[in-house]
Design a protein around this ligand. Sequence first.
Ligand code: SAH
Length: 430
Amino acid sequence: MTTLLGLDLRDRLAVVAGGGPVAAVKVALLLEAGARIRVIAPALCEDLVDAFAAHRISWEMREVIETDLDGAWLVVAATGDRAADEAVCRWATAARTWSINAGSGQHGTARSPALLRRAGLAIGIVSQESPDPRRIVVLRDELAAVPDLVKEGDDPNVAIESVDAVIASAAVDLRHRRPRPGRVTLVGGGPGAEDLMTVRGRIALSEADVVITDRLGPRSVLGRLPVDVEVIHVGKVPGGHGPTQAEINALLIEQAQRGRHVVRLKGGDPFLFGRGGEEVIACREHGIPVEVVPGVSSALSVPAIAGIPVTHRGTASSVTIAHGHHRLSPAAYAPVADGTTTLVLLMAVTLLADHVADALAAGVPPQTPVCIVERGTLPDERCLRARLDGVVDAAERADLQAPAIIVVGAVADPRLLAAVADHSEAAVLA
Ligand code: SAH
C-alpha cells in the first residue's frame, strides 16, 4: 500500500458480501459516504437489519456469487469466511473493481482507513505493511485526543505536518496489534537529554512491545511509554554487577522469538563502545531481523555541549576516541603530544590518574588543556577544566563520577571559542 485515495462514493454502487457485525461497520461507513449499497448475505445481524430498514440498502438473502459484483465501484468482502472473502476479492480484481477484504485484509486492493475528521478535513490512517485494524484505530484515537491537532482553515499539508510532529514526539502508541514475526531494533538514545534522541529512535520506541535499556541514554522517555510496555533494565552501575553480554543477547533473542518488537535502547550510538555489533551478530545467528538506529554519540555531543569543537582548523585536525577502561599504549599519546590530535576518553574516570601519568610520560605537555564533562546534556551536568598536570587533583576535589567524557587537547582551552581569544598562548589553567 503506497497511496491513499479519497473516493467519492456518492450514489455509486458498493457491494458488501456478508451480513455480520464487520459488514455492519462497513455499511455504516458506506452510508456515511453516500454510497448505494447492495448486501449479499444469507442472514443479517441486528445492526444491519436496522440499517436495512432505515436506508437505501438492498439485500439479497444468499451466498455471494461473482455476478453480484456487476456494476459495483467498490466491493467489501466481509463474509466471515476466509476463502470466500478471498474469492470475492479475486472476482473484484478480475472486474477491475476496488475491493476491501474486511476479514484478513489479504487480496483486497483497497483498505478502509481509520478516519479522523477535523476542521473540514478527513485524516485517514491505513497500514502500509500488513493490515492491522486495531493499531490504526488506537493511533486515530490518540491523535483525536491531541488538542488543536488541526485548526479551522488549516490546509491538508499543515494537518499532515501536525500529525507527523505528534508521531515523531513518541507520544503515541504505534505498537502492532496483529501477530507478526519478532524483531529487534538497536536504538541509539543519544547522550541523555531527551531532545537529543533521533526522531527515528523515538518512533521505534513507540512501536516497542518491550524495551531493554542501559543506565545511560534518555531515561525520561521511558516514563511516557504505555504502562503495559515492558521495560527491562540491563545496565551496569559502575563497579557493580549486571547481566553479562551473553545474557543480554539471550534476552533479546528470547523476547523476539515471542513475536515481540524488542527495542534495545542504548546510550549514545549503538556502535560506539556499545557492543551493538555483538547484539546484531547474535540476532542474525538466530534469524531474527535486526535494525540499527544510529544515535548522537556522547563522544562528540558532550564536548560540543561544553563548547568544545573536537576538531578546529589550525588547532586539531583529527580526533581519537578511546575506551579508558584500560591504560592506553604510549603510541596512542604521540599525536596528542605533538598537538595535532584531540583525545576523547570514555569510561576513563576510574583510571584517570593512570591515564594522566601515561600521557605525561609519553610527552604530552603538562599545560595541555583537559576538560571533563560529567553527565553531559543532563540537568545536573558538571564541567571541569584544568591543565593536564592538575586535573587529577581537581577531579578528586570535585568528586567527579562516571559517566563522564574526558577531552585532552588544545581544543579544550575555554578561550578557543571566546569572542576575543589569544590563540598564540598555550592554555594556562588552574
Ligand atoms: N555508546 C555510547 C558510549 C557507551 S560507553 C555513546 O556513543 O555515547 C559509556 C561511556 O560513555 C561512559 O562511561 C561515558 O564515558 C560516556 N558517556 C555516555 N553518556 C554520557 C554523558 N551524558 N555524559 C558524559 N559521558 C557520557
